[in-house]
Design a protein around this ligand. Structure first.
Ligand code: GLN
Length: 242
């Protein structure tokens, strides 16, 4: 039987607006294909063995939690995360978790947190928060709906590409229409909500990439996505196209 390990980094501290729902969604969608799914929680002080991880997930958190975690992150976890990212592990990071993979985040009141710099971007806090339901389209054509709430404006360097282009909302910074970042198999987005349950195509993309890494075969049975599609479409109709 095929088996995938989902590593949830800082599950207790980085979990905003239902981000943990992404873990439930991944587990469900994996198990519904008769693939075993194990969830491994990695908290502050825990060792993170990235060799054992097939999908790594980091949720969002306020500036406060990011600051609390900084010391722990910059220990062994920094190396393990960089190693995982460079070795093409599948990683999904949301909002505050996304920001922590970049070079730094300077909050609007001047506190600079130097993060792990695994991806080529930086974030600067703005006084006015960027809040609301929003949507974007990935390079590969997937339309993703989500909810954003951040003060940080993220600016991408030349070493990463945006995950997508904003259809409606703010995205990375409210200025250049970019949303999120993609580098190797690392996917970053500002989208809470949680993002995966109402964007099943995106969830399956991550699962397929993890299967290719582990089994060199991304065969994934089709499942009934009636409710997921309804949820996706209702956000599109209520908030995006109205
Ligand atoms: N603290 C970050 C910001 O406000 C991230 C917030 C979040 O994860 N929603 O930009």
């Amino acid at each position: 039987m095929r088996e995938l390990n989902i590593c949830h980094i800082y599950p207790d501290l980085l979990n905003l607006y239902g981000d943990r729902g992404n873990i439930l969604c991944l587990k469900q969608r994996i198990e519904r294909r008769d693939i075993k799914a194990n969830v491994i929680e990695v908290k502050m002080g825990d060792k993170f063995d990235s060799n054992n991880a097939d999908i790594i997930f980091i949720g969002g958190g306020q500036d406060f939690e990011q600051d609390v975690l900084l010391k722990d992150l910059k220990g062994d976890k920094e190396k393990a995360l960089i190693n995982a990212i460079e070795s093409e592990k599948v990683l999904l990071a949301i909002c505050g978790g996304y920001q922590m993979l970049g070079k730094y985040y300077k909050t609007h009141d001047g506190n600079q947190m130097d993060f792990i710099g695994a991806l080529d971007f930086y974030t600067v806090g703005a006084k006015q928060r960027m809040i609301g339901n929003y949507a974007f389209k990935t390079e590969s054509g997937i339309e993703i709906v989500g909810f954003e709430n951040h003060s940080g404006k993220t600016y991408l360097g030349s070493g990463v590409k945006p995950l997508g282009t904003v259809i409606k909302g703010f995205g990375n910074n409210g200025e250049d229409k970019t949303e999120g970042a993609i580098y190797k198999n690392t996917f970053c987005t500002y989208s809470h909500g949680p993002v995966l349950p109402k964007n099943p195509e995106f969830a399956d993309l991550l699962i397929k990439k993890a299967l290719i890494n582990k089994y060199n075969d991304d065969e994934l049975a089709t499942i009934n996505d009636e409710f997921e599609t309804k949820a996706h479409n209702s956000v599109m109709n209520m908030y995006i196209n109205s």
